[in-house]
Design a protein. Structure first.
Length: 556
């Protein structure tokens, strides 16, 4: 094993309006928060551009000999491209498909010597594992993969562990201590403030509202969360042990005791050597150019390199067979999309689905879902549009990190559901968490005098005590939505409602567990979904389909 301080020398080369004041306050406060977030993000981006590893612009590059593909995802990657981040050179302008395409082409591109891995903290496990599989295939080409970590946690290390050589900055702090977290519960605070909550769950595993109505996890909620954490732990241990040549029992022991300091990473065989960013830069120069370290590294990003790869291999495209990839990312709501926000706006998404369904050059549709859910009505609208599309051509649902609740509802509109083993899905259920401020208002001396043309005109008014009739009506609404959800799933899965309800109950499942219970057809990633669609529409094995993306990136 290398000394902790040595750098290996490479070989040369509702009609009520009570909510309006609250909405105004929320908008003002939200605007302030958004402004701060944008300012911090801008400063972070500008600072991040000052390191030893520098890039050119994001235009399609002219790739030269001895180039290095750099994978750096401190803020994660999106399921679709958008315009703004590309201006600032951040990873969020890069899509998962860009990364996959770049890695695959780099394996056979003589101008690319290897890959440098940096941050991956922003990746979901499903994305990270799909990229990791591509990197393992890349290594079969005989080209090298190096990794440099200057900070991070298990997500960063998980991707880096596939590298031939892992460099760690001498004073880096990297958390290697397992998966978990502290979840806040607000019942005691709400009680002190005089805020009460009405939480209605369908069913016991639908636990999101418990943070307001309880002081700790319910047993069903604890059970489902622990199941997901254990699966992540198991996958992490097995993959890291295999890549680093360390027994799984050793990885388990290190996670249990915790590893945080750079020297310990080297000591326990989790990393190869300590090195500063400049030392790694010089190492890469010697690896690519020989003894001359005065030359500038030729680094390329996956987004621009993927465009280059597509241009270089255009003859392999079967232009008669186009597959539409429609991104459905974020919370689900009704209405139209607002700029580049990460949200699923039903009117905009339905429009994208209609365009793809009506375009006769498009032979199949893949809806790439990364969503924890949202509006039931908006989910129903999207489901209905997908049903119309299915009457014309194959429609696949490809699940990313999460496709739960409304995210799974959307998926049932497709004829084939594909989820990664690590995807968080299911959550077939409904929840309502309604705050009531009547006690708070009374404690500060605020009184309300009600007026209305009918007895129910103040339905669910948060400043008046909730009436039993209001709660009964709310429960009926929740039951109606839940029944519709179960019907949609039962129809898609070709099973009885009673059968689906027995495995629903609001519980989240991993993609792996969902497949075992028949909620998912295939365990796989986006590349697998494309391959399934390719074979189904008749693309020759030596060709690749043309891909068309929705929503289409806006020009600036």
């Amino acid at each position: 094993m290398a000394s902790p301080h040595s750098v290996p020398v490479p070989p040369q080369r509702n009609r009520s309006r009570w909510w309006i004041p609250l909405a105004i306050l929320a908008a003002v406060f939200g605007g302030m928060v958004l402004g701060i977030v944008l300012l911090v993000a801008l400063v972070a981006v500008l600072l991040s551009s000052a390191g030893s590893f520098s890039f050119g612009g994001d235009e399609t590059p002219t790739v030269r000999e001895h180039s290095v593909l750099v994978l750096n995802f401190p803020n994660g990657i999106r399921e679709r491209q958008h315009s703004l981040p590309a201006l600032f050179g951040t990873s969020q302008g890069t899509s998962l498909l860009d990364v996959i395409s770049a890695i695959r082409y780099a394996a056979r591109d003589s101008k690319v010597d290897g890959i440098l891995l940096q941050r991956a903290q922003g990746l979901g496990l499903a994305q990270a594992r799909e990229i990791r599989r591509e990197l393992l295939e890349f290594k079969k080409s005989g080209k090298w993969i190096y990794a440099f970590l200057d900070k991070g946690n298990e997500a960063d290390y998980y991707l880096a562990s596939v590298a031939d050589t892992i460099f760690v900055a001498p004073l880096a702090m990297i958390e290697f201590n397992g998966f978990g977290g502290a979840i806040p519960f607000f019942k005691n605070l709400s009680d002190k403030l005089g805020i009460s909550w009405t939480v209605i769950q369908r069913e016991e595993y639908k636990s999101a509202g418990e943070q307001f109505s309880r002081t700790r996890f319910s047993e069903p909620a604890r059970e489902e969360v622990l199941d997901i954490l254990r699966q992540r732990h198991r996958i992490f241990v097995a993959d890291v042990a295999a890549s680093r040549g360390i027994p799984e029992s050793t990885v388990e022991q290190l996670l249990s005791s915790g590893v945080y300091q750079a020297e310990d990473f080297v000591r326990y065989g989790l990393a190869t050597a300590l090195a500063t960013e400049q030392q790694v830069s010089d190492f890469l120069k010697r690896r690519t150019f020989g003894a001359d370290t005065s030359k500038k590294l030729r680094l390329v990003r996956p987004q621009s390199y993927a465009r280059y790869a597509r241009a270089q291999s255009s003859e392999q495209v079967d232009k008669a067979h186009t597959i539409a990839i429609i991104a459905a990312e974020g919370g689900i709501r009704s209405g139209k999309r607002s700029g580049e926000a990460d949200e699923i706006a039903s009117a905009s998404l339905c429009q994208d689905i209609r365009k793809a369904a009506d375009d006769t050059t498009i032979k199949a549709i893949i809806v790439r879902i990364n969503s924890p859910g949202g509006s039931a009505q908006a989910s129903e609208e999207i489901w209905f549009e997908l049903q119309r599309a299915r009457a014309k051509k194959p429609v696949y649902a490809s699940m990313s990190a999460v496709a739960a609740s409304g995210g799974y509802y959307i998926a049932t509109g497709c004829d084939t559901i594909i989820a990664a083993a690590e995807t968080v899905t299911g959550s077939i259920g409904v929840i309502a968490a309604i705050p009531n401020f009547s006690s708070l208002m009374k404690s500060v001396g605020v009184t309300f005098d009600t007026l209305g043309s009918s007895p129910n005109a103040t339905f669910l008014n948060p400043f008046l005590p909730m009436r039993s009739a209001d709660r009964l009506q709310l429960e009926r609404m929740i039951d109606t939505i839940y029944a519709r959800f179960l019907e949609r799933v039962a129809s898609n899965r070709k099973r009885s409602v009673a059968d689906i309800r027995s495995i629903a109950r609001g519980r989240v499942w991993t993609g792996e567990a969902a497949a075992e219970r028949g909620l998912v057809d295939v365990v796989g990633g986006l590349a697998d979904a494309i391959e399934l669609a390719k074979r189904r529409i008749g693309v020759a094995p030596d060709k690749r389909p043309r891909l068309k993306f929705y929503p289409e990136p806006e020009d600036l």
